[in-house]
Structure formats: C-alpha cells, structure tokens
Design a protein around this ligand. Sequence first.
Ligand code: SAM
Length: 298
Amino acid sequence: MTYHVPVLLKESVDGLAIKPNGVYVDVTFGAGGHSKSILTQLGAKGRLYAFDQDEDAFRNALDDPRFTLIRSNFKYVKNFLRLNDVTEVDGVLADLGVSSFQIDEASRGFTYRVDGPLDMRMNQYMEKSAADLLNSYTKDDLVYVLSNYGEVRNSKSLAQRVIEKRVKTPFRSISDLTEVLDEIYMGSKPKYFAQVFQAIRIEVNDEIEVLKKMLQQCADLLKIGGRLSVISYHSLEDRLVKRLMKTGNVEGVLEKDEFGKSQNSLKIINKKIILPSENELSVNSRARSAKLRIAEKM
Ligand SMILES: C[S@@+](CC[C@H](N)C(=O)[O-])C[C@H]1O[C@@H](n2cnc3c(N)ncnc32)[C@H](O)[C@@H]1O
C-alpha cells in the first residue's frame, strides 16, 4: 500500500522559491513527499525541519544530514524550532489534513468505509478519541461540532439520536456510528457520511485552533522574502489561510498604523487560488478538494 501520494507537489514546492542554503520547514511530513522534493533543491548548507504528530509517519523518516523530523503537533512549531536554535526561516510548507495511510488504515478509524475502532486521533497519545467525544458531549456541543465543522443539515436530530443510542450502548466502533447515520442521513449518503466524519475528526484533533496557532507562528518565523505555501482541503481551513495572507492575522482584521499604512507583512503571490490540474486529478482523486495559497513576507 502506498502511504501517501503528494498533492500539488510541484506547485507548492515551487511556491517556496527555494534558496539552496535556506532553512525550510514542512509542518505536515506524512510520507515525506514534499520534504523529499524540498531536499532535492537544497544545497549542502540548507536545512529542512519537518513535523508530524503521528507516530506512524516516522517510518518514512528520511536519512539525510540536512533533515530533522520532529514528533509534535505543529502548534508548537516555534518552540521546537527554537530548541533547534532556529528563530527564523526561509519558507514553510503545510499540506493540511490526513494522509491516505491514515484514511486507509482501518485501525485508525478515520473512514466510514471499513469497520474499526471509532478513533480518529492523528496523535495516538491524545486522550480523547471519536468514541469518547460521542459518548460524552452534550447535545448542544454535538450540534455545534456537526453544524460548524461538517455543515450537517439535520445536526439536531443526529445529536439527539447519538444521545439516545449511547444511553443503551456506548459508541465503540465505526459501525456503531454508521448504523445511526444509516437511519438518519439526508441527501447523498457518501456526502452526508463524509460531512459527519469530517466534523468529528476536526473536533477530536482540535484542527481549527491548532491551524490558527501554526499559521500565526509561521508568519512570525518567516524572514523577509520568506515564503509560506499552504494546501488546504476544506473551506474552514482555506478561510483561515486566506485571512492570514490577506491581513497578516487569522482573525482577518487588517490593522493600519496612524498614517493608514497596512500592518500586514505578507504579500499574496498567487492572486488566483491554485488547484490540481486535470492530469493530477486523473491519477489522484484525493487531490480533488485541494487548494494552494502562497504568500511572501515583505
Ligand atoms: C496530508 S498529510 C501530508 C502528506 C505529505 N505532504 C506527503 O507528501 O507525504 C498530513 C500529515 O500531517 C500530519 N498532521 C496533521 N495535522 C498536524 C498537526 N496539527 N501537527 C502535526 N502533524 C499534523 C498528519 O498526521 C499527516 O501525516
């Protein structure tokens, strides 16, 4: 089984405009597809630091003296780089979301297509799994997660059904959840199931909050002329990336000084969002929701 096929590989790495002796960061290592490509453009003095919070990704670690793989959530990117005596970098690449390996591996519980434990933790050492979430959240919290992170239309009815079911038997497996969804889905079944799974995954991994922290820190870490290249896979992620690049902060509020001069230190490089080509989509259907944005520090 292929661990992961890199998405928008050339476009996102070209977006970094790599300097051979520069310091680069890949905050989402996965199978290292983007990292390998960055290393091919780095000279002997270049450095690449990569992050992944998933232990399984470490089997893909690259044997290269210019490369360091850090097992951590990327929300700590600044701290871990500082531990490596790095306080500024020439470029950061982020390829958000989960890898194909994580989706395909039934024991990780990310997909509704095969039965397995209802897990969905990217970091196997985190306490709260998807089952814990479904067994403990209040109805209001479930509605919040389902409607905000998955745009699930009948989130109230689904939350109610989850609560009724867990009183009888707690959620443990994917099939415990898909049985409920089978009874209640609206519209297209695959779309509905994907929306519910996306919502739960985002909450289990606190994806929105950690993304905000990482983006803001990366904007700070970049040297002048440094590049940020981010691939996102759903509108909640893309909105934050767009806000950061347009205003310099994830709140999306453009601050100006007393003379009306913008305080945003980022300049958008691709005015038009970059999408996978027809050719890429024909060989890798998992690239279909990918969107690439690139910015440079001024
Ligand atoms: C889409 S895959 C990256 C694939 C990689 N670019 C490649 O070509 O092989 C995303 C990876 O980022 C990791 N990841 C996602 N969110 C993370 C976070 N907050 N901190 C650290 N790693 C994260 C996941 O565990 C997964 O391995």
